[in-house]
Design a protein around this ligand. Structure first.
Ligand code: NDP
Length: 286
């Protein structure tokens, strides 16, 4: 079926998505708060909508690619009536609870809502390394699937609308901590004149070799049997050395301190002999 896709938001990501849909032969309607950004898209074959209501009315599928949760609700709430019978797919980055709140709002108004999370940068959209996660209304996913799969691999995570963004946030959490590790490593090596470009190559090679260890750790975490493996006390000494070495070079070890504190807590409460991944038990709050 030839579905018309309305795209709300022509920032870097919305523009890339629109271009990809156009290039794959889809009929596209675009709306952007700053209307001038629609012009190159109109020149390339999209139609511009003057209002969100008009974009909603024209599209079978409405892709929302705005800045954040607040901007989404600011523009969707007033057009619930126009969105009736459409498939609304919100690709805007939100927290899991924000996704659930929008899903609840949609259900209240009888709308078909799917929440999405984009595991790609704009240049990756439509290429084999692009992946998008979806959760919420299964019917909406099935109805929009042909369109969604042109953007990248499309993975449906489940009916709970918060699942896609939860996974997105978890993956980005691990990414930022890895990247901050690289940033600290580069700062350490720069103290002896090694350019960050060289440290980047070293870090990529090292992390590439060591990352599969996450699967060994996962086995321990899933079993919650912390009786074997690298101990808390061994790891405390190792992390303590990293902190000392960084400081010796005049580089703050602030990113590592919280890990050492958690390990210290375990040791102080008689769990220094346990596998160090037991630190995951310390992370539960409230
Ligand atoms: P940009 O900053 O390039 O664009 C932001 C878009 O949101 C613009 O269209 C802007 O409109 C619009 N906007 C901001 N505030 C409002 C508002 N209050 N009302 C209406 N429109 C508003 O961001 P991106 O396109 O890169 O990102 C869009 C979404 O995609 C974000 O949620 C982001 O987290 C997500 N994403 C982006 C990735 C990336 O690499 N860029 C990767 C993965 C996800 P205007 O032109 O009028 O300012």
């Amino acid at each position: 079926p030839n579905q018309t896709v309305s795209i709300l938001g022509l920032g870097a990501m919305g523009a890339a998505i629109t271009a990809r849909l156009r290039d794959t032969g889809h009929d596209t309607v675009v709306w952007n708060r700053t209307a001038a950004k629609t012009e190159p898209h109109v020149a390339a074959g999209s139609r511009a909508a003057a209002t969100v209501a008009e974009a909603a009315a024209l599209g079978d599928v409405v892709l929302v690619v705005l800045l954040d949760h607040l901007s989404v609700r600011e523009h969707l709430d007033p057009v619930a009536a126009e969105l009736k019978g459409k498939v609304v797919v919100n690709l805007t980055t939100t927290t899991p609870n924000q996704a659930r709140a929008t899903a609840a709002w949609a259900a209240e108004h009888g709308l078909t809502y799917l929440d999405g999370a984009i595991m790609a940068v704009p240049e990756m959209i439509g290429t084999p390394v692009s992946r998008l996660l979806y959760s919420g209304d299964r019917g909406a996913y099935d109805a929009a699937r042909g369109i969604l799969e042109t953007l990248g691999a499309a993975d449906y995570e489940g009916e709970d609308a918060g699942l896609a963004s939860l996974k997105d946030m978890a993956l980005l959490t691990s990414m930022y901590q890895l990247f901050s590790g690289f940033i600290q490593a580069a700062a350490m090596m720069r103290t002896v004149g090694v350019p960050a470009a060289e440290t980047a190559r070293e870090v990529s090679a090292w992390l590439g070799a060591i990352l599969p260890h996450t699967e060994l750790f996962a086995g321990v975490i899933d079993s919650r049997d912390y009786s074997a493996g690298q101990s808390v006390d061994f790891t405390r000494a190792a992390v303590g050395s990293l902190i000392a070495a960084s400081r010796e070079q005049g580089v703050s070890a602030d990113f590592l301190e919280p890990l050492l504190s958690r390990l210290d807590e375990l040791s102080a409460t008689g769990r220094g002999g346990a596998d160090w991944t037991s630190v995951n038990e310390q992370l539960a709050i409230g």
